[in-house]
Design a protein around this ligand. Structure first.
Ligand code: PLP
Length: 415
């Protein structure tokens, strides 16, 4: 295997890119770290760490409030991220980019603001069997308050949505559809465009949970024609505590604020309060300023490589890993959809995922074990959980080889 691999077609040196991630350059339990838990949180390149440090060291002030230069500078840097996000996902207007604390917060915003205004007893919200809990529980909570009920698109044994069942579920009662773009537990890429088009034929709005899609591929919200789209900074080379809700302007205008406080108001009196314009209507209180600025630098970094190149490199690594893992006796891959992104979930015969994950950790290999916040997926396959290797463009073939060796060692350990 060539350690200084340069992709001839793109002239990208992936090892040089990898070298920009300081976290990867360390030993864990005496072994070189192999980080394959990118689905939970990706790592930050040095430029993002430096940008956040610079803000804290030289630029810190509250945003949107101060007349003084430092506050204006912080506001400009923080607001610049909005345009970078708009371009990244090709939204029409900057006002359609709402800053949140992450995918979970984005979905809760829509469930509360849209759901409490429009849902009533007997209404139905369609989600899928492979949702992350973040796209199940907020709808259940708003359902308890409004009387709306969840309906679920089932999946088959490959971990693909049964689309004919989706069409059967669509009815007069359906008031909202909320689906995951790429499954964090199985890696399945769902046909969200088809889902959106079918829902729109009945004037039903759609939210797409893009937490595992935006970091790995080019997403175009206008092409998808999605009404809402949610994702998190910390899965795309940015920091924790920050995320995005995209929403079509007319829909965001039609729903009330989710949280009240500073920044989101126009005029406050004890009799009546009016709201700020979009996007600030949904952004109450002092935000995580450094994290917002850090995401901007993370997006610059991803763009410097190119989302198409990232997707192609990850597809190459996933194919390499799938081939190698498939050859291991007693290893079963869970989630074998034809359309898959950078997640490989698997089980080892007779070894509990947690036990296997513990041995791999001793070998310096970080994988995720458990239900991956998708308990219905585990119930579907009647398993307690899986081991999950989630791959990023800064991984390499050597990481996969180390995982394979680690699994062989784990099998011997428990034999
Ligand atoms: N949706 C999906 C598909 C995810 O993978 C995750 C995180 O793993 C979430 C939602 C929740 O993201 P966050 O914890 O950043 O809000």
């Amino acid at each position: 295997m060539n350690q200084s691999k340069t992709d001839i077609s793109t002239n990208i040196n992936w090892e040089e890119i990898r070298a920009q991630f300081p976290v990867l350059n360390q030993e864990v339990n005496g072994k070189r770290l192999v980080y394959l838990d990118n689905g939970a949180s990706s790592q930050m390149p040095q430029v993002v760490v430096d940008r956040i440090n610079k803000y804290h060291s030289h630029e810190h002030a509250n945003v949107h409030r101060g007349i003084h230069s430092l506050s204006q500078h912080a506001t400009d840097a923080y607001e610049a991220t909005r345009e970078k996000v708009r371009r990244l996902i090709n939204a029409r207007y900057q006002e359609e980019i709402i800053y949140t604390t992450g995918t979970t917060d984005s979905i809760n915003l829509v469930a509360n603001s849209y759901g409490r205004k429009f849902f009533k007893e007997g209404d139905e919200i369609i989600v899928s069997e492979m949702e992350h809990h973040a796209n199940i529980v907020p709808w259940q909570l708003v359902g308890e308050q409004t009387g709306a009920k969840l309906r679920v698109i089932p999946m088959n044994e490959n971990g693909e949505l049964e689309m004919e069942r989706f069409y059967e579920l669509l009815s007069e009662k359906t008031k909202f559809v909320s689906v995951i773009h790429v499954s964090n537990a199985l890696g399945t890429i769902n046909p969200v465009k088809e889902i959106i088009d079918a829902a729109h034929e009945r004037n039903i709005p759609v939210l797409v949970d893009g937490a595992q899609a935006v970091p790995h591929s080019k997403v175009d919200v206008q092409e998808l024609d999605t009404d809402f789209y949610a994702f998190s900074a910390h899965k795309m080379c940015g920091p924790t505590g920050f995320g995005i809700l995209y929403g079509k302007k007319e829909l965001l205008d039609s729903i009330p604020p989710y949280r009240g406080g500073g920044d989101m108001i126009d005029k406050v009196t004890f009799q009546k309060t009016t709201w700020n314009d979009l996007p600030h209507k949904f952004e109450a209180g002092t935000p995580p300023i450094a994290a917002g600025i850090g995401l901007g630098t993370g997006i610059d970094f991803l763009n410097s490589i190119g989302m198409e190149n990232i997707a192609a490199r990850e597809a190459e690594l996933v194919a390499y890993a799938t081939k190698k893992l498939s050859k291991i006796e007693g290893l079963r891959i869970v989630g074998t959809s034809h359309e898959k992104a950078s997640v490989i979930s698997f089980l080892l015969d007779g070894i509990h995922p947690t036990d296997a994950g513990t041995i791999l950790d001793k070998e310096g290999i970080a994988v995720r074990t458990g239900h991956h916040c998708a308990q219905p997926v585990m119930d579907h396959f009647n398993i307690p959980g899986t081991l999950r290797a989630s791959i990023s463009f800064y991984n390499n073939e050597d990481d996969i080889d180390r995982l394979v060796d680690g699994i062989e060692y784990t099998k011997e350990f428990f034999a």
